[in-house]
Design a protein around this ligand. Structure first.
Ligand SMILES: CC(C)(COP(=O)(O)OP(=O)(O)OC[C@H]1O[C@@H](n2cnc3c(N)ncnc32)[C@H](O)[C@@H]1OP(=O)(O)O)[C@@H](O)C(=O)NCCC(=O)NCCS
Length: 209
C-alpha cells in the first residue's frame, strides 16, 4: 500500500483544482514565472500536448492510441471536469482523461461516448511523459484524480480497461478486477477494473473538497 503519510509527500499538498482560465494576480504577472507544479483540469487547448504524449506512449508499442486527437478534443470539450493534467513549469508531464458512462460494465460504445450526469466515470487514458516515467508520477496523478472525483457529488465509481501487465499498478491504487473486458482493440484483450468512490464521507470531509 502506498504510504500517503510520509512527510513532504506530494500526496499531502492541498488539492485545489484551478479553473483553466484563472485570473493572474499582479504579483504573479510581475514575476513572469510559471508554477513549478500544478494540477488542473485540461481544456481543448491542451489537446495537442495530450496527444503528443499519448502518441509516443502507445503508437510505438501497440500502433493504436486509446483516443484519437478528435476524441481528445471531444472529451476535453464535453467533460473537462473529468480530466486532470499535471504541469511542471507549464509543461504537461502526466494526464488522465475520463468521461461519463451509464452501464455496469464498459462496452465498445464507451470508448467514444460521454454520458452526462451518471455515477460512473470511464477512465480512457492515463499517461506519463516518457522522460518522467518510473518516478511515481503515474501513481500520484491517479491518486489526485481519484481525490478529485471523490469531491464531485453524485460520482460513485471509476472503471477502466488495461492490459494484464498493468493490473498490479491499478490494484495498488485501489482498483479491483471485474474480469476480462468485452472490449478488444486490434486483437488486444483487456481486464476491466473498478474503483469505488462512494461511502467515504470521512475522507471527503477531511480532503479539502
Ligand atoms: C503506466 C504509466 C502511466 C505508469 O506511470 P509511471 O509514472 O511510470 O508509474 P509509477 O512510477 O507511478 O510506477 C508505479 C508502479 O507501476 C509499475 N509500472 C509502471 N509502468 C509499468 C509497466 N509498463 N509495466 C509494468 N509495471 C509498470 C512500476 O514498476 C511501479 O511499481 P513499483 O511501485 O512496484 O515499483 C506510465 O508508464 C505510462 O504512461 N505508460 C505508457 C502509457 C500507458 O501504458 N498507460 C496506461 C494505460 S491507459
Amino acid at each position: 500500500m502506498i504510504n500517503i503519510f510520509v512527510s513532504g509527500s506530494p500526496f499531502l499538498k492541498p488539492f485545489f483544482l484551478k479553473t483553466p482560465t484563472s485570473v493572474v494576480s499582479p504579483l504573479q504577472q510581475r514575476r513572469h514565472t510559471l508554477p513549478a507544479s500544478e494540477f488542473r483540469n485540461l481544456t481543448p487547448q491542451d489537446a495537442i500536448s495530450v496527444f503528443e504524449i499519448e502518441r509516443e506512449a502507445f503508437v510505438s508499442v501497440s500502433g493504436e492510441c486509446p483516443l484519437t486527437l478528435d476524441e481528445v478534443l471531444n472529451f476535453l470539450s464535453q467533460c473537462p471536469e473529468l480530466s486532470l493534467g499535471w504541469f511542471e513549469e507549464g509543461q504537461l508531464v502526466a494526464f488522465i482523461i475520463g468521461s461519463g458512462w451509464n452501464k455496469e460494465r464498459l462496452s465498445q460504445e464507451a470508448m467514444t461516448l460521454h454520458v452526462p450526469d451518471t455515477p460512473t466515470v470511464h477512465i480512457h487514458v492515463l499517461s506519463v511523459h516518457r522522460h518522467c516515467r518510473q518516478q511515481g508520477k503515474g501513481s500520484i496523478v491517479l491518486w489526485r484524480y481519484l481525490q478529485h472525483l471523490r469531491c464531485m457529488p453524485g460520482l460513485r465509481r471509476a472503471l477502466l480497461i488495461c492490459e494484464d501487465f498493468l493490473v498490479p499498478f491499478y490494484r495498488k491504487a485501489g482498483f479491483k478486477e471485474k474480469g476480462p473486458s468485452a472490449i478488444t482493440v486490434s486483437n488486444m484483450h483487456f481486464q476491466e477494473m473498478e474503483y469505488t468512490l462512494g461511502g467515504q464521507a470521512y475522507a471527503r470531509r477531511n480532503s479539502g473538497c
